[in-house]
Design a protein around this ligand. Structure first.
Ligand SMILES: [Zn+2]
Length: 180
């Protein structure tokens, strides 16, 4: 899908990039019609910075560039490594919580520590578990050592997140699949 750029791991990196050379976000071709000529067409704002408590300075609103396709008239955009498509929270927050769960912290504890709704935490865990077969198929192709974890989904993800952060795992998978 290539909706995630393989750079700009933090919101600050991304904001700097948008200010100085937003062109790096231009997709090589339109994801809908395949035409290779897209024009920068403004941006939309994402309330992407979820890290602050009330009163702290936030990076919101974070701009995401939009590109216009002259072939089909649709617009598309790409996200920095820091942001997760269709998710309220970024990969870093999700990784922290998932690692707690993989280390056998309870849902209740993990949601309390992260100050997140328990249903959100459960949804992330269930998503990761449900996608393990598909995701691990592609990841083991690239990193054969991950095959040693066998059928234990938690062991697989622990080994995987030891190798690289979740945002890089998802960027890699996004080239082949529709994540998350
Ligand atoms: Zn198009």
């Amino acid at each position: 899908m290539h909706r995630i750029l393989s750079s700009n791991p933090s919101l600050l990196h991304h904001i700097f990039q948008i200010a100085h050379s937003p062109e790096v976000y231009r997709p090589e071709q339109c994801p809908r019609c395949g035409l290779a000529c897209l024009w920068l067409h403004g941006s939309y704002d994402r309330k992407a910075d979820r890290s602050c408590a009330d009163g702290e300075t936030s990076l919101n609103h974070v701009p995401v560039c939009r590109f216009y396709c002259g072939g089909c008239g649709r617009t598309c955009s790409r996200l920095p490594l820091a942001l997760a498509p269709r998710r309220w929270y970024d990969w870093e927050v999700q990784q922290r919580v998932l690692e707690w769960l993989l280390a056998e912290l309870s849902l209740r504890k993990a949601s309390e520590c992260a100050r997140l709704d328990r249903r959100t935490v459960r949804r992330w865990r269930d998503w990761l578990r449900a996608q393990t077969t598909l995701f691990s198929f592609h990841l083991r192709e690239r990193f054969p050592d991950l095959g040693r974890t066998g059928d234990d989904w938690k062991a697989f993800w622990r080994a995987c997140l030891d190798l690289m952060p979740l945002r890089e795992v998802m960027e890699m998978l996004d080239r082949k699949l529709d994540v998350p």
